[in-house]
Design a protein. Structure first.
Length: 214
């Protein structure tokens, strides 16, 4: 479950079309060249026969810089770090003292991270996703993204925004994978285009950590 909470992000029901969701996504990708926020993530597994669905909650912080850098730091209930430095995607599990390194270009195409952090523009997203505006709900404008690749573990992603134009702000992600598992990520204290440290997306495996390259 520990690994699942982190990798479900890296690893939605469509409704009546509404232009607001697509416009919000386009505005966000166009105007938010970097960002910072806090997040809460709730992962719910489908119920087993005779049992209720089970949920796990985690929280942490998030930063990104287009077109290819982002960082998720999970702080509770356990410490994990996901860093994309433009070339390599790093996943560090503090409890296991293990680092997994993957070639970034091979794993980020049809992922939620591409939607909100790494894609340079809407055209790049449309190469990997079918994008469809969804009805407003919870006071947010939504867009549904369905991966064009059919062999992945992701069914669909819904992205929720608030505000409009240059003030469009990322508010939520709802991720559904091919196993019926749902991950809902909500964002708070969102900052658009903050000044980020020059080394914000550099990652160096901790001394003594086991490094696995895939």
């Amino acid at each position: 479950m520990k690994k699942l909470l982190a990798t479900v992000f890296i690893a939605a029901a469509a409704g009546t079309a509404c232009a607001d969701g697509l416009e919000s996504l386009e505005n966000f990708v166009k105007t938010a060249k970097s960002g910072r926020a806090e997040f809460t993530q709730v992962v719910t597994s489908p119920p087993k026969e005779g049992q209720a669905a089970r949920s796990k909650t985690s929280s942490g912080s998030f930063e990104f810089q287009r077109p290819s850098k982002f960082k998720f730091i999970y702080k509770k209930p356990f410490v994990q770090t996901i860093v994309a430095d433009g070339q390599t995607l790093w996943l560090f599990d503090a409890d296991l003292n293990q680092v997994t390194a993957r070639k970034q270009s091979a794993v980020l195409g049809s992922t939620p991270a591409a939607l909100i952090a790494s894609a340079p523009d809407l055209k790049a997203l449309q190469a990997d996703f079918t994008l469809q505006a969804a009805p407003d709900k919870d006071g947010l404008q939504w867009v549904t993204a369905t991966p064009k690749a059919k062999d992945g573990q992701l069914q669909s992603v819904q992205v929720g925004f608030k505000g409009a134009g240059n003030a469009t702000e990322l508010a939520a992600l709802e991720i559904l994978d091919s196993f019926g598992q749902r991950s809902v990520m909500t964002f708070a204290k969102v900052e658009a285009n903050p000044a980020l440290a020059a080394d914000a997306f550099q990652f160096k495996p901790p001394a003594g950590a086991d490094v696995v390259r895939q």
